[in-house]
Design a protein around this ligand. Structure first.
Ligand SMILES: Nc1ncnc2c1ncn2[C@@H]1O[C@H](COP(=O)(O)OP(=O)(O)OP(=O)(O)O)[C@@H](O)[C@H]1O
Length: 243
């Protein structure tokens, strides 16, 4: 097997009678940013959740760095595959304590809070500030920093900017791209914001009804999707914007 950060091999996931994922196969190259787009309920979050075993596949396999997820020690897998969500979780305590939270769970401490703050674009004065006093964008940076403190090789980003205003969204987006340049982290990035997908992604994966319907490099996807489903989706999204 070549060097892929993540590889999905005929992956399916059913909960009760519901088919959440249906035969998904695809590969994320190391250091690549894949934007996962598609209608609500397509299975985008579900696909990400199997990468760190928050959910277990019903059939098929998921390989992280060439090793099937169920063969990884879970703690190691979750250190290697970090996840950031739409709504940042901020624990009681200072920004620094929030940044160190994941490491502490792993019996480690944060070695260089100053440089992490710099990496996530937060002023060093904020280090001792209660996390709950931050703005939405700052909280999302702290959530990102907490995940990055674990030195993940892979980042799963689930609509991480959708709760932010335009300014904060672009700031967080830029921070993520800068970190990507520095650390070459591989990323699966779910977004409903097609302009964002166009700005950040190398590759687009379009999902619908639990299937990975189309994969393409971002430029060719946005020039013209190949499948009818993706074309319809793009038209629908464009109509929504002009309404
Ligand atoms: N625990 C569950 N039991 C049954 N069905 C579920 C469960 N969790 C999610 N689903 C269903 O699985 C489907 C896929 O959900 P998922 O959240 O992965 O979609 P999504 O593409 O990320 O959607 P969105 O863009 O709205 O976040 C949806 O139809 C959802 O209702």
């Amino acid at each position: 097997m070549g060097r892929y950060a993540i590889e999905f091999d005929d992956l399916s996931l059913r909960i009760a009678q519901e088919e959440l994922l249906r035969g998904v196969s695809g590969k994320v190259e190391e250091g690549c940013i894949v934007a996962l787009i598609g209608p609500s309920g397509a299975g985008k979050s579900t696909l990400m959740s199997v990468c760190n075993l928050m959910r277990t596949p019903t059939a098929g396999n998921v390989y992280v760095d060439g090793r099937e997820v169920r063969e990884w020690p879970v703690r190691k897998l979750r250190q290697k595959v970090g996840m950031v969500f739409q709504s940042p979780t901020i624990f009681p305590g200072t920004v620094e304590e929030n940044l160190a939270y994941g490491l502490k769970l792993h019996g480690q401490s944060l070695q260089d809070p100053g440089s992490l703050l710099q990496d996530i674009g937060l002023d060093s004065d904020l280090r001792t500030r209660p996390g709950t006093e931050l703005s939405g964008g700052q909280k999302q940076r702290v959530a990102l920093g907490r995940t990055l403190a674990m030195q993940p090789d892979i980042l799963l980003l689930d609509e991480v900017t959708s709760a932010l205003d335009v300014h904060a969204k672009l700031e967080v987006e830029r921070t993520i791209l800068r970190l990507h340049d520095q650390r070459h982290t591989s990323m699966l990035w779910v977004t409903h914001d097609l302009e964002q997908a166009r700005r950040v992604a190398d590759i687009i994966w379009f999902m619908a009804e639990g299937r990975l319907v189309e994969t393409a490099d971002a430029d060719s996807f946005f020039a013209r999707p190949q499948t009818t489903e993706a074309r319809r989706f793009m038209e629908m999204m464009a109509e929504g914007e002009t309404r």
